[in-house]
Design a protein around this ligand. Structure first.
Ligand code: CA
Length: 386
């Protein structure tokens, strides 16, 4: 009975002590939770304190509008999202390495990352043309679908793996313009003998049509056209082309961009640099590239029309559509170039299979969705206003 009396006497105290201990524990936990914001010691201890500094080289002039901003946006997003644990210093073309050495510099670990376009590396990786744009291929929306939900990105990673590189989509231009010409193009004969800056598989198509295709970095195009080194060039579209001032060195501006209907830019990251990061920073890199990728398309979509109107109204640019028979001849040349590409390179053949399967399906669906809607809009509104 004594025990019972003792229990009676002390049980409330024991319960009180247990409750007090519990309250103290919860209180401590709550205090820690309340302190879990960037900058607090508990937060940093949980997320890791090590800081990483990357160098990113690009194929564009520093801070160039449109294309050049993807690297800058990526850098800002990464720094903010990681609370400064990962910083990415961006170098424009020629600051650390020339534009056309971005791939090698990242591959060899001279720098950690790069921004450019996959088709610049066609000589090294023939299948890379599919990851930027191919003539008469997928548009921007379709490219993003193929890359992120149609197996395209996995193939891109496979193609770059031998170079110790991890690729990510790094911006999208939408449908480009066919380019700037110093004379009118009325038939396929007019392309013969022309020297044009036109990279990727389209360059081979242009060569098949009797022209000469060259790949020149953006920053050198104005002078090349001005001095007659080239007779024609394609760059991107009105917003970017206006910034480069091509209207000062060429008179005729042609559409549609048969050769680049939905170009995707690229981020390439050295595999060792990426794997040295903790998991949360790797996720931040992937997320920031995805955001920068979409942001570029949004900006072009918003700004191209105003730039085109400025080119026509203020700068007297002559806007022209490529004639259908020229487009048809370019399509025939595309088929020849594609046959050669897939016959010569097994990886290109593998990527082509994936690409064409996706193309068939999305084109089929877009006949009754995007395309049908745009046609319907034209039927009912025509030249009128919403
Ligand atoms: Ca282009």
């Amino acid at each position: 009975m004594g025990n019972t009396s003792l229990e009676r006497r002390y049980t409330p105290l024991i319960i009180l002590l247990l409750v007090a201990a519990l309250v103290a524990t919860i209180g401590l936990w709550a205090t820690e939770r309340a302190g879990s914001k960037p900058g607090d010691s508990q937060y940093i201890a949980a997320a890791g304190t090590e800081k990483y500094q990357w160098k990113m080289v690009t194929t564009w002039p520093k801070n160039f509008p449109g294309l050049g901003m993807a690297a800058e946006n990526f850098s800002k997003l990464v720094e903010i999202m990681s609370d400064g644990r990962l910083t990415v210093h961006v170098y424009g073309a020629g600051e650390l390495v020339p534009a056309m050495q971005v791939f090698d510099a990242v591959s060899q670990g001279v720098v950690d990352a790069g921004h450019g376009a996959a088709y610049y590396w066609k000589g090294k990786v023939p299948s890379s043309v599919f990851f930027t744009s191919i003539p008469f291929g997928l548009n921007a929306q379709e490219m993003n679908g193929w890359l992120h939900y149609g197996g395209g990105l996995e193939l891109w990673q496979e193609a770059y793996a031998p170079y110790n590189l991890v690729p990510m989509a790094g911006g999208s231009t939408g449908v480009q313009m066919a380019g700037w010409f110093n004379k009118e193009i009325n038939s396929i004969e007019d392309l013969k003998g022309l020297k044009m800056r036109i990279p990727g598989l389209a360059g081979e198509v242009f060569a098949n049509a009797g022209g000469t295709a060259v790949t020149i970095p953006g920053g050198e195009l104005y002078t090349s056209m001005q001095t007659g080194v080239i007779d024609a060039l394609e760059w991107v579209g009105p917003y970017n082309d206006l910034a480069f001032g091509f209207h000062e060195v060429a008179r005729y501006y042609y559409y549609p961009g048969w050769h680049e209907p939905g170009s995707i830019l690229e981020f390439v990251v050295n595999k060792d640099s990426l794997e040295a990061l903790p998991e949360d920073l790797r996720a931040i890199v992937v997320t920031a590239s995805r955001a920068a990728n979409q942001d570029m398309l949004d900006e072009y979509t918003a700004r191209n029309n105003a730039a085109l109107q400025s080119l026509i109204d203020e700068h007297g640019v002559q806007l022209r559509r490529l004639p259908d028979d020229v487009l048809l001849a370019l399509w025939e040349g595309t088929q020849v170039a594609m046959e050669k590409l897939v016959a010569e390179d097994p990886m290109a053949a593998k990527v082509y299979e994936s690409y064409r399967k996706f193309y068939r399906g999305v084109r089929n669906y877009h006949h009754i969705s995007e395309q049908a809607y745009i046609n319907a809009r034209d039927v009912v509104i025509g030249d009128g206003e919403l």
